[in-house]
Design a protein around this ligand. Sequence first.
Ligand code: NAD
Ligand code: GLY
Length: 369
Amino acid sequence: MKASELQTVSIDLADRSYHIAIRGSLFDNPLSYAELPKAGAALIVTNTTVGPLYAQPLQKALAPQYAQVYTVVLPDGEAFKTWESLNLIFDALLLNACDRKTTLFALGGGVVGDMTGFAAASYMRGVPFVQVPTTLLAQVDSSVGGKTAINHPLGKNMIGAFYQPLKVVCDLDTLKTLPQRELSAGLAEVIKYGPIADMDFLAWLEANLDAILAREPAALGHIVKRSCEIKSWVVGQDEREAGLRAILNFGHTFGHAIEAGLGFGVWLHGEAVGCGMVMAAQLSARLELVDAFFVHRLTTLIAKAGLPTKAPILSADDNAGRYLDLMRVDKKAEGGEIKFVLIDKPGSAIVRSAPDAVVRQVIDVCCNK
Ligand code: NAD
Ligand code: GLY
């Protein structure tokens, strides 16, 4: 793919359809927003890291479309994905007398995107919003598909809504300022699309990992586009996760336990998902769904992407028990029974339960290797 060409991916959801635009030099170009409904006001929601880098150019780009462009700057980090931060968005909307046509712009990573989406879903029972994702993770996953949420101290993303944006503007140039650790975290969500849906893509990632880590624009453009295509294919069939969409949570059941167990923000979400995919692959192998070669191949790629593959100890007393308790709070759990996304053959995923004893073995092996 030529990095300079505008790529688009459609999300087909009847009257909630929209498209994702992918290229460099996009977020600060007024043309990126020209098709949006005109309104009196826009509110940019960003954070203390991304705001100083990108809020002003976005404000300028939105000026032709909106008479007033306000900005609210949230504290940065997963630990601030809370009611308190959400209220800062509502404060800004109410203090500026924003009406129900006011359009919210989520400028930042998945934390800002998830909170802005939830604020848009609930302010005056719903106002329009646009995703302007600035992390790899947000461009390949969280800005697409309409899942919005905040965390609860007892569980990750437990309070939220399905609410689709009007548009997603993925500007590849914003990835130039992303710390390397965050780039790796984003790669976890990219890698996941291989085992669950497209092993050719996994092979492409294996062959092109150096170019991706060096942030070659063509390589970044390809992974953002292919990831969005796969996510679009899944969300188009199952917007509200009645079934299929759960496969996008490969690695997340273990991963969410790691995030909540260590305290939100200690491991990055993508790091927890990367390690969680290793654990879910191990579980798939112990249930004789995939072979040891598949587990080795996936683990190698995750490690090469700069992600942890050894799971953290969450309790000195009964570590596996602590993991199991945390995983029972997962949104996929039914009647206290944990549901895992497992690989039934490379390129295809299923959702099912597993005996506690086998899950305990996997946790022991992954925490002690
Ligand atoms: P993040 O939003 O915390 O961003 C990571 C860090 O990078 C932050 O410190 C941020 O300020 C900084 N940053 C962002 N853009 C930058 C840039 N261009 N240059 C420099 N620094 C930049 O984390 P994330 O990994 O983007 O998102 C993780 C969140 O996304 C989690 O809360 C997770 O639950 C959520 N998520 C949601 C979905 C969904 O479908 N809604 C999917 C996956 C993940
Ligand atoms: N990231 C999982 C989903 O969007 O369903």
